[in-house]
Design a protein around this ligand. Structure first.
Ligand SMILES: Cc1cc2nc3c(=O)[nH]c(=O)nc-3n(C[C@H](O)[C@H](O)[C@H](O)COP(=O)(O)OP(=O)(O)OC[C@H]3O[C@@H](n4cnc5c(N)ncnc54)[C@H](O)[C@@H]3O)c2cc1C
Length: 477
């Protein structure tokens, strides 16, 4: 009887379990937490107190691994929202026009995603979970893993195949090195981003149609980045995330939280919160560095792969981590469908998993590198050993800014931007002659003013304005 062990039962672990069940007699997920019976907090998922949205590309990947999951999430209260039509967005280059574009996100609490994905996976009788088991090491040698040690060696589990999905704090590099393998190469880029988050009940009148709001941080001003998001969750709750890079961390006391929201480039989120009822306490998170472990560059044991945050951690600012886990699981599935679990399958599978995270990683680094005080060991834009970052970097940054300014009022560019955000697009789409021509011409309409941008969404009612005196003239009439 063949058995695969999955270490860690979060998003990456659960989806990997579904994939492996197609190849072995049984899959055992070893999870250090005891899962709550209903969607709710658990120790191993502290980030779930913060805003989590599942990008459309990630949701579709989940649905391919586990058909019916998008519907199950929506039935449980998640909101499927067009990025262009259901969010008021202030980019680093100004307010975006409202466009009805296809690319979407799923908004819900992370607790709900965790719960629904797990329920979907555990319908398969070949998959079981051992809860309350903390994996502490790998057994075997550099050629093959034979099992794992758990709870400091007090327990052990045999395995024919092992997937590490223990997340950003994975100890797999140390465990592998303990078996005589070299340390896994690692890159990081840390803008020192901190989150402060809280759930709210919005006042009457803010129904299911109430728009989400995104105020994005400006990356290349020389000042720390400051931003915020207001997103719907299930059960009528809304979650607010305040975000600041090194030097501008959002406070987590009552008054400081509101003042930070009011002091952003536009106070709309603070204004809305002034009329909303807070639910629970303010929680902070600083686990936000971009980090990539290049497992695919080493000769791994023949029956071991790593996936999800254990491989690629993308700063939460880009809301792509769960999607990277899902796209990695889909890549694993597609690879194993061709090669099975036999010898030689692991190297290709690990490369496919790494590739699934490569674009989100590049997009995050392309933006985060411009915040002041960034710490990194990534050497950007090197060609034949020459450092071209001083030339290519600023050029790329200017082009990105011009793209954002133009896309704000250009439907086709806006759609492609949203496809990139949702991880359903490819950079090649941005290079089409039509879009390149639009980019060269630049914006064809003057930038939206704040009142005009907000007025695109009558669903806001008068909540963005704290008093009648603040109403734009056309609304006050
Ligand atoms: C503040 C913040 C906001 C974020 N916002 C978003 C967002 O909007 N959208 C998005 O897509 N992503 C977001 N992310 C990223 C997202 O949370 C992660 O990318 C995602 O959780 C990765 O899934 P994973 O399964 O690889 O790891 P995890 O979710 O961390 O799961 C790892 C699992 O392994 C278990 N475990 C750990 N060690 C052991 C062990 N030794 N033995 C047994 N079990 C173990 C843990 O208990 C946990 O269940 C955010 C992250 C942060 C920090």
């Amino acid at each position: 009887m063949s058995r695969a062990l999955v270490l860690g039962g979060g998003m990456a672990g659960m989806l990997s379990a579904a994939v492996l069940a197609e190849h072995v007699d049984e899959v055992v997920v070893l999870e250090s937490d005891v899962y709550p019976a209903a969607p709710g907090p658990r120790k191993g998922l502290p980030q779930a107190y913060q805003n989590h949205m599942l990008m459309g590309g990630g949701a579709q990947a989940v649905d391919r691994v586990l058909p019916g999951t998008i519907d199950a999430l929506i039935a449980a209260g998640a909101h499927r929202r067009s990025i262009g039509d259901r969010f008021l967005i202030l980019t680093a280059e100004g307010w975006s026009e409202r466009f009805r574009t296809e690319p979407f996100v799923l908004n819900s609490s992370r607790h709900l995603v965790d719960h629904v994905v797990r329920q979907q996976v555990l319908r398969d009788p070949k998959i079981m979970v051992e809860e309350g088991v903390t994996v502490t090491g790998l057994r075997g040698d550099r050629d093959a893993i034979t099992g794992v040690d758990a709870d400091g060696g007090r327990r052990g589990f045999d395995a024919d195949f092992v997937v590490d999905a223990t997340g950003a704090r994975s100890k797999a590099p140390q465990w592998l090195s303990g078996l005589g393998l070299p340390m896994v190469e690692e890159q990081f880029l840390d803008a020192g981003l901190a989150y402060a988050g809280r759930w709210y009940e919005l006042p009457d009148g803010a129904g299911a149609d109430f728009p989400g709001v995104l105020i994005q941080a400006e990356p290349a001003t020389g000042r720390p980045g400051r931003g915020a998001a207001l997103m719907p969750n299930e059960d009528g709750r809304w979650i607010v995330a305040l975000m600041g890079t090194r030097g501008a961390h959002p406070p987590h006391d009552e008054r400081g939280f509101l003042e930070y929201a009011l002091s952003l480039r536009h106070p709309i989120i603070g204004n809305i919160l002034s009329a909303a009822r807070p639910l629970g306490t303010i929680r902070s998170s600083r686990a936000t560095a971009n980090r990539r472990r290049f497992f695919e560059r080493m000769r791994l044991p023949a029956n071991f792969v790593a996936i999800g945050d254990a491989v690629t951690v993308v700063s939460p600012n880009y809301a792509t981590g769960m999607s990277v886990a899902a796209l990695g699981a889909l890549a694993l599935r597609e690879r194993l469908a061709r090669t099975g679990l036999g010898r030689g399958s692991v190297a290709k599978a690990q490369t496919a998993i790494a590739k699934a995270g490569a674009l989100p990683w590049q997009m995050a680094l392309g933006n985060d590198r411009w915040f002041p005080g960034v710490e990194t060991n990534v050497r950007m834009e090197r060609l034949f050993g020459m450092d071209l970052s001083g030339v290519l970097g600023p050029f790329q940054q200017r082009m990105t800014a011009r793209w954002q300014r133009t896309a704000a009022s250009n439907f086709a560019m806006s759609r492609v931007t949203h496809e990139m955000t949702a991880l359903t697009g490819s950079p090649a789409q941005m290079m089409s002659p039509r879009l390149m021509w639009s980019l060269i011409r630049g914006p064809q309409r003057p930038p939206l003013t704040a009142p005009a941008a907000i007025a695109q969404f009558p669903e806001f009612g008068e909540l963005p304005y704290p008093s009648a005196a603040d109403l734009p003239v056309e609304r006050a009439r």
